[in-house]
Design a protein around this ligand. Structure first.
Ligand SMILES: Cc1cc2nc3c(=O)[nH]c(=O)nc-3n(C[C@H](O)[C@H](O)[C@H](O)COP(=O)(O)O)c2cc1C
Ligand SMILES: O=C(O)C(=O)c1ccccc1
Length: 388
């Protein structure tokens, strides 16, 4: 039964002894502090989105036109925020979305390890990105007892793709999240104006540089000739996937397959028909396609089309309230993206864990005051669109 809301009393009680929190609990202050810590180049990359960033802004803003109706005289002195996914019971309905730049976000440049430790501390599962400053084996080990998932950017070279999948299986990841929406990078004015793309400067490529198949493609090891290794990475990075590829994924691994980037109900149905174990409704935080619709506004139709297949969600979640709204609209689990990376920037593992705990505390207390003791109650209460 949930204890997440207890963070509130801990903060007030510490205040009685004159101790203020080290980190903020609201997104606006968190973002401001993180941008100061990251500096302009990394801020451009993490905070930036595609085009004029309208889709990215809408992702967060659209939560405001969804509302929930409180219920009274319900015993919700205990709340249960646990969920079942891929045969495992998780204590929280959150997960840490894959963020390829975690490695660079923390001061020691081992932000993937710090994110993994935050996962171990909070029980919020970490979806480790293919793009990482530390190899996926080390990252998994740092997740402790909390299950972790591996996000795959499918290389054009299938032998390399297979090698990454085998490594993820061997390391003990319990799901494979295949990202569909980023075989080519969206048009990102902030990065373009600064002429800076971290991967092309050799950042976050350690999963490739430590891979035996990748290394076999090189004349010299990456340690000796990093420029050639980066060139080889760029040449193999972007594989366009089609529905026919599902057969290959199903043949190559027994891990549950999650398709990330699904926003259309027809695509959700196709994913189910071709054997996806979960659907991940996301527009990549508005970083890939501009001119899109806030993902939260598309979620309910994707959930309906997915039927019994669980739907994961991200894009624009900034608070516990946002998370509860996504759960009310049918998400099985809700991905926190930029907020935890900002936590890494201001306080490493402690900072990321603080952000996750704040979001959980707000969600728990919202369920308490709204009279929703379980996530089944949240879902049956639903969310109401207020602008129509
Ligand atoms: C800096 C950054 C790097 C990202 N890297 C990846 C990645 O490596 N793989 C992936 O599938 N998604 C990646 N994403 C997308 C996130 O998984 C998630 O969909 C997005 O952050 C959600 O939007 P939000 O953070 O605004 O809530 C990245 C997002 C950001 C901000
Ligand atoms: O920055 C991103 O959102 C991201 O995931 C990515 C990864 C590799 C190439 C381009 C974008």
């Amino acid at each position: 039964m949930s204890h997440f809301g207890a963070m509130q009393n801990e903060i007030y009680n510490a205040g009685l002894k004159g101790i203020l929190p080290d980190y903020p609990v609201d997104f606006a202050t968190l973002e401001k502090r993180a941008h100061e810590a990251l500096g302009p180049m990394l801020t451009n990359y993490v905070a930036g989105g595609c085009g004029d960033e309208h889709t990215q802004d809408e992702n967060a803003a659209a939560f405001h036109h969804w509302g929930m109706v409180p219920r009274m005289m319900v015993d919700c002195s205990e709340r249960d925020l646990s969920i079942e996914l891929f045969g495992h019971r998780y204590e929280t309905p959150l997960f840490m979305a894959p963020i390829g730049l975690n490695g660079e976000a923390s001061r020691d440049r081992h932000g993937d390890m710090a994110a993994a430790r935050a996962s171990a501390m909070t029980g919020v599962p970490f979806c480790a990105s293919t793009l990482s400053n530390d190899p996926l084996e080390d990252v998994k080990a740092a997740c402790g007892d909390t299950p972790a998932w591996f996000q795959l950017y499918t290389p054009r070279n299938r032998e390399l793709a297979t090698s990454l999948i085998r490594r993820a299986e061997k390391a003990g990841y319990s799901a494979l999240v295949v990202t569909l929406d980023t075989w080519v990078t969206g048009w990102r004015p902030r990065d373009l104006n600064a002429s800076n793309f971290p991967q092309l400067r050799g950042k976050v490529l350690q999963n490739y540089f430590t891979d035996p198949v990748f290394r076999s493609l090189l004349a010299k090891p990456p340690e000796e000739d990093p420029a050639a290794a980066i060139f080889t990475w760029a040449a193999t990075f972007g594989q366009v996937l089609t529905w026919d590829d599902m057969e290959w994924f199903k043949s190559v691994t027994k891990l549950p397959i999650v398709l990330k980037g699904i926003c259309h109900p027809d695509d959700a149905r196709r994913a189910v028909d071709t054997g996806a174990d979960a659907i991940y409704c996301s527009n990549h935080g508005g970083r890939q396609a501009n001119g899109g619709i806030a993902t939260i506004d598309l979620l309910a139709d994707v959930v309906k089309a997915a039927g019994e297949v669980p739907v994961l969600f991200d894009s624009g979640v900034r608070s516990g309230t946002d998370a509860v709204k996504a759960l009310a609209l049918g998400a099985r689990a809700v991905g926190v993206g930029r907020p935890y990376t900002y936590g890494l920037a201001i306080g490493g593992d402690q900072g990321a864990a603080w952000v996750l705990r704040s979001i959980l505390a707000e969600a728990d207390l919202l369920m308490a005051v709204n009279g929703y003791p379980t996530l089944a109650d949240v879902r049956s209460a639903g969310a109401v669109r207020t602008d129509r």
